[in-house]
Design a protein. Structure first.
Ligand code: 6PG
Length: 253
C-alpha cells in the first residue's frame, strides 16, 4: 500500500526527502554496507539534488558507500542539455566527494540504443544485490509525467510489456526520440520507491491516478506493483485536486 506525504511547499518536501534518503542510506549501510539508489531525471528532483549537495547535507552523506544509478536516460550525448546525467552531475555529483567508480551512468551509443540498454542491464546485474535474480535497489526515485508515465515507461510503448530485461530501449513517439529506462521488474523489486510530484501542473494527473477509475489501459505509473515500500511525496499544489476528493469523502462519511 502506498503512503502519501503532503507538504505545504516544495522546499519543505525537498528538506524531508533529503532527510529521509539520508536515514534510509544510513540504515542500508548499517545492514549491508552500501546504499544503491536510482535517481529520477526531469525537472522535479533538481532542487532536491542541489539541496543534498549543499552544506546542509553533503557532509552527512557517506559518499564512499553510496552507489548512484539512473532510472532512465535520454539518448543524447552526456553533455547535451537534455541529458539526465548532465543535470544530476551539475546539480549533485560534481559537488560531492563520491568516488567516480560509485557513479553508474547509462552510457549512450546513439547508433545502437539496444546495445546501450543491454550494457546497463548487465551493469545492474553485476553491481546490485539481487533478490531471486532481480537486481534490487535500496531506493528508486521516480517522477510522474502529465500522461502518467514514470521513468521512461510511457503510455502505449513496448517497454511496458518488458518483463524479462531490467533495462530496455524505448522509442517515444511524442518526443520522436529514443530513451533507455529501467523496467517494471526492477522497479517493483526495489526495497523502497519515493515518487515525487510538485506544482499545480501535476494536480490533475495525481488525482487521476489516485482516484479516477483506471482506464482500460492503466497509466504506466498505476502498473507499478511495489514489493517494497512506495512513498508519494507531494507538495500541496500537486495534491490540490486529490485533496478535494479526500475532503469531500471525509465530509460525506
Ligand atoms: C525523465 C524522467 C521522467 C520524469 C517525468 C516528470 O527522464 O524525464 O525520468 O520520468 O520524472 O517526465 O518530469 P518533470 O519532473 O520534469 O515534471
Amino acid at each position: 500500500m502506498a503512503k502519501v506525504n503532503v507538504y505545504k511547499t516544495v522546499e519543505l518536501l525537498n528538506q524531508t526527502v533529503a532527510e529521509d534518503i539520508l536515514s534510509l542510506c544510513q540504515a542500508c549501510i548499517e545492514k549491508h554496507g552500501t546504499f544503491h539508489i536510482a535517481l529520477a531525471g526531469g525537472g522535479t528532483p533538481k532542487k532536491l539534488y542541489q539541496l543534498i549537495a549543499s552544506d546542509a547535507f553533503c557532509g552527512k552523506y557517506p559518499w564512499e558507500k553510496i552507489h548512484v544509478y539512473f532510472g532512465d536516460e535520454r539518448c543524447v550525448p552526456a553533455d547535451h542539455e537534455d541529458s539526465n546525467y548532465r543535470m544530476v552531475n551539475e546539480a549533485l555529483l560534481a559537488k560531492t566527494p563520491i568516488p567516480v567508480e560509485n557513479i553508474h551512468p547509462i552510457h549512450i551509443d546513439v547508433d545502437d540504443v539496444t546495445a546501450s540498454a543491454d550494457r546497463y542491464n548487465d551493469e545492474l546485474i553485476a553491481s546490485l544485490p539481487s533478490d531471486q535474480e532481480t537486481p534490487k535497489f535500496d531506493l528508486v526515485l521516480l517522477g510522474i509525467g502529465d500522461d502518467g508515465h514514470t521513468a521512461s515507461l510511457f503510455p502505449g510503448t513496448t517497454i511496458l510489456q518488458q518483463m524479462k530485461k531490467f533495462v530496455d530501449a524505448v522509442y517515444v513517439e511524442k518526443f520522436n526520440s529514443w530513451r533507455i529506462s529501467i523496467t517494471y521488474p526492477v522497479i517493483n523489486a526495489a526495497a523502497n520507491i519515493y515518487l515525487l510530484a510538485t506544482g499545480e501542473g501535476k494536480a490533475r494527473i495525481v488525482k487521476t491516478v489516485m482516484f479516477d477509475e483506471p482506464p482500460a489501459e492503466p497509466y504506466p505509473i498505476q502498473r507499478i506493483q511495489a514489493q517494497g515500500n512506495l512513498y508519494w511525496y507531494l507538495d500541496e499544489a500537486a495534491a490540490a485536486q486529490a485533496a478535494e476528493i479526500v475532503l469531500s469523502q471525509a465530509r460525506s462519511d
